[in-house]
Design a protein around this ligand. Structure first.
Ligand code: HEC
Ligand code: HEC
Ligand code: HEC
Ligand code: HEC
Length: 285
């Protein structure tokens, strides 16, 4: 039978172990932060340290090459230095097909940065469709077509061709997804009246700035400095609504494809959605 002194010592020791476990967990979390995109599901190379994720087991250890190239990029693509063919032949249906009676904004056909995301996330094209393949002389404007470069894939949610399967494959029917290509706040702010009042006042008013003669919009979050566009703000993308440029919500408004998971900030979200903070950044509810 243990004496109360021994029990006390045991309790203290258990606490010490628990405390060091907290320190260790914090250290591991700290390392994940420093690792950046390398430690996310968007590292499709053999260098991805995460077990049980979609990645190539033979192909390349590079990370950025699945999306960007320093040279020979597709200049028609809506994302910078884009290294993938945009999906061909996917007939998207949008949220507009639901005829929601409460929508105020104009909804455009799928376009802008969303097309870049869907070049993997509609599941119709191999994720190793790469225009300028790693190494020299690997340029092919088709990126290898819908079956890509024939890399060997490992992972639970990818088929033998390298096409995404599972919940992250949104498919071509986008009517069950948050609207994209949707005019922000029902219109109001546009190229003619950048600070115009929102038609639908159930929205946080967007900020704007002119950068390199281009007018850009975003919704400030509490994640950064007010009045300055940062990756933790909800980016709005410029598209033409009825012939006048205005701000549009796209995949990249809510997601930063490079954002590592930090605490409750998961799924490449620009800010944590704890307490629905992400939704409330735009919607006044
Ligand atoms: C899974 C696809 C994907 C991967 C992998 C990826 N990016 Fe990106 N990146 C994008 C997309 C899409 C955009 C456009 C985002 C936007 O318009 O908001 C972008 C934008 C950028 C930008 C400009 C905007 C910004 O956030 O600064 C830079 C710089 C960039 N990427 C660098 C990199 C580097 C460096 C790597 C590799 C370490 C990388 N990216 C890996 C998809 C990717
Ligand atoms: C090169 C292919 C590729 C491109 C391009 C790409 N993704 Fe992904 N994405 C993936 C893969 C692979 C996964 C992991 C899927 C799985 O494990 O089921 C993923 C997962 C995600 C997830 C879920 C993350 C999680 O923690 O569950 C989100 C959100 C996401 N992507 C958003 C985007 C957005 C937004 C864009 C465009 C800005 C984009 N992706 C572009 C390949 C891509
Ligand atoms: C209005 C904000 C918003 C927009 C726009 C948006 N997403 Fe998301 N997305 C989210 C949130 C929030 C989550 C996290 C949901 C959760 O925790 O289950 C998410 C989750 C995801 C996931 C993970 C799916 C899952 O349930 O595991 C993928 C993949 C994804 N988004 C891709 C996209 C792509 C591609 C687009 C553009 C076609 C897009 N998102 C547009 C807010 C958005
Ligand atoms: C970047 C800004 C932004 C963010 C973040 C955002 N939304 Fe939206 N959302 C919009 C816009 C703009 C519309 C279109 C509203 C309109 O035109 O009436 C919309 C539409 C909707 C609709 C459809 C309304 C209808 O009348 O059919 C719902 C529901 C919704 N959002 C919920 C959410 C939820 C839940 C979140 C968080 C996961 C979220 N939104 C995040 C901008 C945003």
């Amino acid at each position: 039978m243990k004496t109360s002194m021994q029990l006390f010592a045991l309790g203290t020791w258990t606490k010490a172990i628990a405390a060091s476990a907290v320190v260790l967990t914090t250290m591991i979390a700290g390392q994940a932060v420093a690792a950046g995109i390398a430690d996310t599901k968007h590292n499709l190379g053999t260098s991805n340290p995460r077990v049980g994720e979609n990645r190539v087991s033979a192909g390349t250890e590079e990370i950025c090459v699945f999306c960007h190239t320093p040279h020979g990029a597709d200049t028609t693509a809506p994302a910078p230095l884009w290294n993938k063919r945009l999906t061909t032949g996917a007939a998207y249906s949008t949220y507009a097909t639901l005829n929601s009676s409460t929508i105020d904004g104009t909804m455009l056909a799928v376009g802008s940065v969303s097309l870049a995301c869907l070049s993997c996330h509609d599941g119709t094209q191999a994720m190793d469709n790469i225009i300028n393949a790693p190494g020299s002389g690997g340029y092919d404007v088709t990126g290898g077509g819908s079956t890509g470069l024939g890399y060997t894939w490992a992972g639970p949610r990818v088929d033998a061709d390298g096409k995404m399967t599972g919940i992250a494959n949104l498919g071509a029917d986008l009517s069950n997804d948050h609207p994209i290509g949707i005019q922000y706040c029902g219109g109001g702010p546009n190229a003619t009246t950048p600070t115009g009042a929102c038609t639908d006042t159930d929205f946080v008013a967007p900020q704007n700035a002119t950068i390199n003669t281009n007018l850009v919009w975003w919704v400030d979050t509490s994640g950064g400095t007010a009045g300055t566009r940062q990756r933790t703000d909800m980016l709005l993308y410029t598209r033409s609504f009825g012939g006048t440029n205005g701000p549009s919500v796209e995949c990249g408004s809510c997601h930063d494809p490079h954002a590592p998971a930090v605490g409750t900030q998961v799924a490449f979200l620009r800010v944590s959605n704890a307490g629905s903070a992400l939704c409330l950044a735009c919607h006044v509810k």
